[in-house]
Design a protein around this ligand. Sequence first.
Ligand code: G3I
Length: 463
Amino acid sequence: MKFLMILIFILSLSLVACGGDGGGSDEETNSESDADSDSDSDGDSDGDSDGDSDTDGDSDSDGDSDSDGDSDGDSDGDSDTDGDSDSDGDSDSDGDSDGDTDTETGGDGDTDADGDSDTGHKTCDNPATLKEAGECMEPPMLIGAAIGKLWGPIDPKCYGESRCLNTASAEHNYVTCENEMKWQVIEPNRGQFDFTEADAIVNWAIGEKMKVKGHTLVWHSQMSEWMNALNADETRAAVENHIVKVMDHYKGKLYSWDVVNEAVETSTNTGDSGAKMRNTVFYQRLGKNYIDEMFQFAHDHDPSVKLYYNDYSIDADNEKFAFVYDMIKGMVDRGVPIDGVGFQMHIGPPNNYKVTGETVSKNMRKLTDLGLEVLISEMDINMCGGQISQDTQLELYHDVVEACVKNSSCSAITFWGIDDPRSWLNNFDEAQCGGSGAEPLLFDGNFGKKETYKRVMAALTGK
Ligand code: G3I
């Protein structure tokens, strides 16, 4: 009799592992997630800010039990899927040792805009890769990387190094071109477009079943010189033409766009004081409403992609975040079609380093309370030859990723590169700190997983 009960228990566990609602990191769950999370023609897709669609379509994102009545996503420690107590007598869903990828909530019970309690993403145990950790969450989270083909501190660049690309596609399901979609590359001369470099990365990513975020349509940096000579009408015509041509070229291929990048500046790059609109060619010629105009224009042209504002040093309790928040709230109040805000999360010199999990969490929550998505869009942590200790780096990697996991409207985390030696920080003067030791990413020069990878994985699995 005892043997029969054990057999029934094992059989029911394997049924859950094969068909589990969202906890599975098995192939079936992954392929469902891939299929479901593609952007469809009307722009609806998984991972959207309302958090109401999921990988398999049968469970909601509010932390309730899913519709088939299973309770395997519960975090409350009550009965597990088969209702049996497990071998150690516990009856919770995450304490078992059977190797399942049971889900558990990453939530901290924060209250969201509707007054509901946001329990965050439900996470699962034992995913084999970062992207699997994101895919088996409820709602799912995209895990991205910037891929470079043009510039960087060493050759070959990531795009030319098979180990780099293999690591990228094994561990990530979201890609940003590090430089190749920027204005100076795509439209170096007025009306002359060159998509060669960006196309290589986009086509590779799509072939690997990865989603792509366009970066970036409107940015003062890496801008073509010819824009400086234009008056207001010519500037408006030029920027609209740029948006139309670039969005058309990638229509149906991209998941999202950084529409406007870094439109706010402070007296130093740390974001502490002196926040104001950056005095860019767009601001000078088109006035303070240019951001509204650009989002509306991009949305009208292609309503199927998500549209984000993206900035750095907005991860702390500082003046820059307060300014950006007011700007974004104004946009939302005016009905400007914006889907979300990217926190670049370049931590350490030359940017902000007064970051904690709490400040990130608080700032993200303020924006998601407006009904927006947030995402970590360019993460790296520059140790700067010891200015940030390894312990601090590890703690920050964990706590910042955890802040995203605990907010169900935090839809993606992108790391700004794959391996340390290819990081932009190694040849950016202001980030040099005497020329040594940025070591900012998750993989070393041999594409081995660093401690940073392990801390990120821990946070992605709710640990
Ligand atoms: O423009 C010259 C080019 O003509 C020349 O051939 C080349 C030779 O090395 O140098 C070029 O300058 C490069 C520049 O991008 C392009 O303007 C630099 O070498 C290169 O290091 C530089 O850095 C990029 C940086 O953006 C520029 O702002 C980084 O690779 C890239 O990682 C970085 O990415 C930005 C994001 O887009 C926005 N957020 C901040 C992030 C980090 O700065």
